[in-house]
Design a protein around this ligand. Structure first.
Ligand SMILES: Cc1cc2nc3c(=O)[nH]c(=O)nc-3n(C[C@H](O)[C@H](O)[C@H](O)COP(=O)(O)OP(=O)(O)OC[C@H]3O[C@@H](n4cnc5c(N)ncnc54)[C@H](O)[C@@H]3O)c2cc1C
Length: 288
């Protein structure tokens, strides 16, 4: 289908981009790689008066790794993340999850900021941001602010961003080298959106007792989810068969997914338990 008519601007600075969004009065929208928004326009689910292309704005495509953690610029593409060998030690959960995002063509254009702003509960990056307690930096007509991931995702494809706000980067807090983690998702074909997915990490003491459990779930709610009941059930336990079974059952019971043409609600609930059990096994068996 042909795209609806729209004006197009490619500003050279964030200030200019914000000014264009303000002038658009809710009708102008940022454009990153177009990998979600252009199909949405083609289906006439959005008809913006103007697209404000962020690609010419310098400084949004950097990955910085420092004491506070991994800061990823909004225009960093999936391909950039997968090509950055530093992430395998700094934040291994991230490349493991992003390796499931879409296909080569989409990975070459789709961006981290675009995915966070698009807020698809079936996408990997929003759930990773939520699971890792990430903080999203934005700029708008009222200035800059930092939004905890838990406050960004408000509904299906909905965020707490104002219409003139642009995501500039996301900070994923630093990880201790000893942290244990796992990522599992299931989709009908490699590169398809997940029918369900689980991201998990935890720390453990010298005797293997779990603390600081973080569990995120993909594609089983209106937003990316944290499974707080399963986290509570995991903390204070050692990973063994009984723990895996109990925590998986808690996680399955905690989600209330919708069914669709791809999978029933019941199947998705069962997947959550199975994937969490596998992710925890992988975490426990991975060499620290
Ligand atoms: C066939 C196909 C399969 C896919 N499979 C997957 C998958 O398995 N997993 C997955 O996670 N994704 C998948 N995607 C989506 C893909 O990852 C997109 O890259 C991602 O959704 C973001 O796209 P984009 O960066 O091109 O943003 P765009 O499409 O340009 O923008 C998306 C939205 O974000 C807004 N936006 C963009 N940048 C900013 C910013 N910096 N600040 C504020 N608002 C902004 C736009 O206005 C728009 O509303 C798939 C896409 C396709 C077409």
């Amino acid at each position: 289908m042909k795209l609806p008519h729209f004006d197009y601007q490619a500003p050279a600075s964030l200030d200019e981009a914000v000014a264009l969004l303000v002038a658009g009065d809710g009708g102008a929208r940022p454009l990153a790689g177009g990998q979600s928004f252009v199909p949405i326009m083609a289906f006439r689910l959005a008809e913006p008066s103007m697209l404000v292309d962020l690609r010419k704005i310098p400084g949004l495509d950097q990955i910085e790794i420092g004491d506070e953690g991994v800061r990823i610029g909004a225009m960093v593409r999936w391909r950039d993340l997968l090509d950055d060998a530093r992430l395998a030690s700094a934040l291994p959960l991230l490349p493991a999850a992003i390796d499931h995002v879409a296909h080569y063509q989409i990975r070459n254009r789709g961006t981290v900021g675009g995915s966070l702003a698009h807020a698809d509960p079936a996408a990997e990056m929003p759930t990773i941001a939520l699971t890792c307690d990430a903080v999203i930096d934005v700029i708008g007509s009222k200035g800059k602010r930092s939004i905890p991931a838990a406050d960004l995702f408000t509904g299906p494809l909905m965020t707490s961003l104002d219409s003139d706000e642009i995501i500039t980067s996301v900070l994923l807090p630093a990880w201790p080298a000893s942290r244990r983690w796992g990522f599992q998702e299931f989709s009908r074909r490699r590169g398809d959106f997940a029918l369900a997915g689980i991201a998990v990490f935890y720390d453990e003491d010298a005797s293997g007792v779990v603390a600081n459990a973080h569990i995120g779930a993909i594609s089983v709610g209106d937003t990316p989810l944290r499974l707080s009941k399963a986290e509570a059930a995991l903390n204070g336990r050692k990973i063994d068969e009984a723990t895996l079974a109990e925590v998986a059952a808690v996680a399955s019971g905690e989600v209330d997914p919708n069914g669709d043409i791809h999978a029933s609600a019941r199947y998705r609930k069962a997947l959550v338990g199975t994937l969490l059990s596998r992710a925890l096994s992988a975490a426990a068996n991975r060499k620290a």
